[in-house]
Design a protein around this ligand. Structure first.
Ligand code: NAD
Ligand code: MG
Length: 394
């Protein structure tokens, strides 16, 4: 990692919800940051607009046809070079001129570029939790071997990071007793359980507190998001599963907490706006303006905390089982979930069958040790195939 000014930043997934929030924060600090690359799968017109505004060196899209489309949209304007595919993504995540990589692609598609950034020793801002969940041990080995810095963007993990000493080599040596991972409980926290099978994609995507992409919104509604975050926290903070407790906090004001041996409970609070964790990680260890209004605790009035309902949200239990089983079990959980959520969003699977399908896949897939990227990708592919079979038969 270098200390260049301005810092050069690649935003992987710049057209997504986190990507757009990242550009909003970066645009507030043009002296400190210059944008090296922007990437999107398919929203080419939107990416072209971003290129006009931020003049990156590179723009990357998913395939050759979309690359041509983007090229013709940008013809005669600026000097942005258009690349495509995973090779393009890995290049802009690892180029020597890049200091910081925002990993905000959704799902397994973000694994290779995020890993490429880690292997090149970048400052990596990690929003793409699926990449860490599916490849935790591989990721952590690469991190140690290449001196990269991983800063959590997920609001809960960013909160935990802020409540821990820095650096934090071991939770035990830092006097940490427990991590309290908060979650709103999603839009169906109080919906009658017998009605849940009728939930539609649009209902599932209408989160009460956060505005997010569709996949993570469904994950929040099933609470698989909290399950993935549980696993993410184990990897990021070297925590044992018994050291993490999920707490339902419907207002999403406390973003998570750390309980210390001496009775102290530290919480990070703020309005639910991803620009806060993004600005925190970008500026770390300094602080900078994020465009987020200060939290008005008096207007807020009250904060509630409850235990999670593992019967209503079986995905939470499945995630806990996956991290206990270790090895490739979290990879299988994540792959089955991605396929099931996609099927639900396309109207091919009932909301309550998402968990049923994942559990069946987990029961069928063997647990192996994750020795490298090849094992991760083979496990992922196999679990996706199993999930398609299971969903077809439900
Ligand atoms: P999103 O769906 O809004 O955006 C995803 C981005 O990834 C888009 O730019 C899209 O073009 C790109 N992308 C998708 N599939 C791709 C592929 N196959 N190849 C290349 N690019 C691809 O998602 P989001 O809500 O911004 O979430 C991004 C990540 O951040 C996820 O891992 C999510 O879990 C995490 N996260 C999001 C939030 C939030 O508030 N949205 C909060 C915490 C964590
Ligand atoms: Mg989160």
């Amino acid at each position: 990692m270098r200390n260049r000014s301005p810092q050069t930043v690649t935003v992987l997934g710049s057209t997504g919800s986190v990507g757009v929030s990242t550009l909003d924060v970066l645009a507030r600090h043009p002296q400190q940051y210059s944008i090296y690359a922007l990437t999107a799968r398919d929203r080419v017109a939107e990416l072209a607009q971003q290129c006009r505004r931020f003049s990156p060196r590179f723009a990357v899209v998913a395939g050759a046809r979309r690359a041509q489309e983007l090229q013709s949209l940008l013809a005669g304007e600026g000097n942005t070079e258009v690349l495509s595919g995973v090779e393009g993504l890995c290049k802009v995540a690892s180029d020597a001129e890049v200091d910081t990589v925002m990993a905000a692609i959704i799902g397994a598609a973000g694994l290779r570029p995020t890993l490429a950034a880690v292997e090149s020793g970048k400052k990596v801002l990690l929003a793409n939790k699926e990449a860490l969940v599916m490849a935790g041990p591989v990721f952590l080995r690469a991190l140690r071997a290449n001196g990269a810095q991983l800063l959590p963007i997920d609001s809960e993990h960013n909160a935990i990071f802020q409540c821990l000493p820095y650096p934090c080599e071991s939770l035990e040596n830092s006097g940490v007793e427990k991590i309290l991972l908060t979650g709103s409980g999603g839009p169906f926290r109080t919906r009658a359980r017998e009605d849940l099978h009728r939930v539609t994609p649009d209902e599932a995507c209408a989160h009460p507190n956060w505005s997010m992409g569709r996949k993570i919104s469904v994950d929040s509604a099933t609470m698989m998001n909290k399950g993935l975050e549980f696993i993410e926290a184990c990897f990021l903070f070297g925590a044992r599963p018994e050291q993490i407790e999920v707490v339902v906090h419907p207002q999403s004001i406390v973003h998570s907490m750390v309980q210390y041996r001496d009775g102290s409970l530290l919480a990070q609070m703020g309005n639910p706006d991803m620009r806060t964790p993004i600005a925190h990680a970008l500026a770390f260890p300094q602080r900078m303006d994020a465009g987020v209004p200060a939290l008005d605790l008096i207007a807020q009035g009250r904060l509630d905390f409850k235990a999670p309902d593992f019967h209503r949200f079986p995905c939470l239990r499945l995630a806990r089982e996956a991290i206990d089983a270790a090895g490739s079990a979290p990879t299988v959980l994540n792959a089955a979930n991605e396929v099931a959520v996609e099927a639900f969003l396309q109207g091919r699977l009932a909301f309550t069958s998402i968990a049923t399908a994942i559990e069946k896949v987990m029961n069928r897939a063997p647990v192996v040790e994750l020795t490298g990227l090849e094992t991760v990708e083979a496990t992922d592919l196999n679990a996706r195939e199993l999930a398609r079979q299971v969903i077809g038969a439900l």
